[in-house]
Design a protein around this ligand. Sequence first.
Ligand SMILES: NC(=O)c1ccc[n+]([C@@H]2O[C@H](COP(=O)([O-])OP(=O)(O)OC[C@H]3O[C@@H](n4cnc5c(N)ncnc54)[C@H](OP(=O)(O)O)[C@@H]3O)[C@@H](O)[C@H]2O)c1
Length: 319
Amino acid sequence: MRAVRFAAYGEPAVLTPVELPVPEPGPGQVLVRVAYAGVNFAEVMFRRGQIPVGLPHVPGLEVTGTVERVGADVRGLAAGARVAALTLDGGGYAEYALARADLAIELDGPLDRLSPVLAAAFPCNVPVAWGVVHAAARVLPAETVLITAPAGGVGTAAAQLARSAGAGAVHGVTSSTTKAAYAAGFGYDEVWVGEVPAGRTFDVVLDSVGGDVRQRALELLAPFGRYVVLGDAADAGDQTFAGNQLWGSGASVGGYNLGGLAHQRPDLLGEHLRQAALSVATGAVRIDVTEVPLADVAKVHELLESRRSTGKYVLRVHD
Ligand SMILES: NC(=O)c1ccc[n+]([C@@H]2O[C@H](COP(=O)([O-])OP(=O)(O)OC[C@H]3O[C@@H](n4cnc5c(N)ncnc54)[C@H](OP(=O)(O)O)[C@@H]3O)[C@@H](O)[C@H]2O)c1
């Protein structure tokens, strides 16, 4: 099968087309004939070694397609089923990918209307957006929310879900005026360029970037505010929060991680995946998708890494 992988960490050019054998599904796994695969910022982090992975590595954390074969102990999914799946061990940039059956959802009933492109665009970004809004931060009606990387895959979905949860105001902070204008189309009241104006506070801060916002997290929170860490795109050094600081400020600090949840509470992640799929299928979450051939994935990594990307990028693997 055709796949794209890297054998050493480095620039986008390390992403190399290769021919590999089709993998066999093990117990609890399904083999998916991949129609489309999503591209995620986490795959950039893997490729440059910011998060180490075993080498060589075929990246790709989410796919959609049809089930080709099922492994032992798989119930509820059979060959021919149309699915959207998390592939959290990677493998999505390929014609066939293995997925855990409990993290693959069949696109039937109300999910039948999801186009293949949208079905590849939601499994990573939208469950995270749903999980930070509803499980980690528990956004309440009338609350104010700040989101970093507001024009990206997670950021565009999180703003819409915060709005649906009743947020009174949703703000973003991004790196360019172009991205600020783009993000405005996804439910933001105001998107700042560079940094958050001094003196502004929020009930909820959803932070996938780190850097300035992480250093200022507690001063950005209103009383009983919640700061939720969901990424570290800037890789600009971490921040320690002391118990007595939280006592003094009345703030809370939380986090959300797909991999952690898949390990600890796959049932909960499955529920977030389903809620995300429904949000996209009903139009409650709009995803702006750019479709690119698998062979051009390095160009998408370049866009993501140089902060010139907007919305979501999806690879066309099989038509
Ligand atoms: N917790 C989880 O399980 C989980 C799951 C999925 C994604 N995530 C995280 O959520 C974030 C969004 O993921 P995504 O796939 O939707 O990506 P994305 O937001 O489309 O792209 C990443 C964004 O990060 C921002 N950024 C800040 N500093 C950067 C730097 N030094 N280099 C590159 N980008 C930088 C840029 O936005 P601005 O230019 O607007 O700052 C960039 O557009 C990522 O940090 C990802 O790791 C976490």
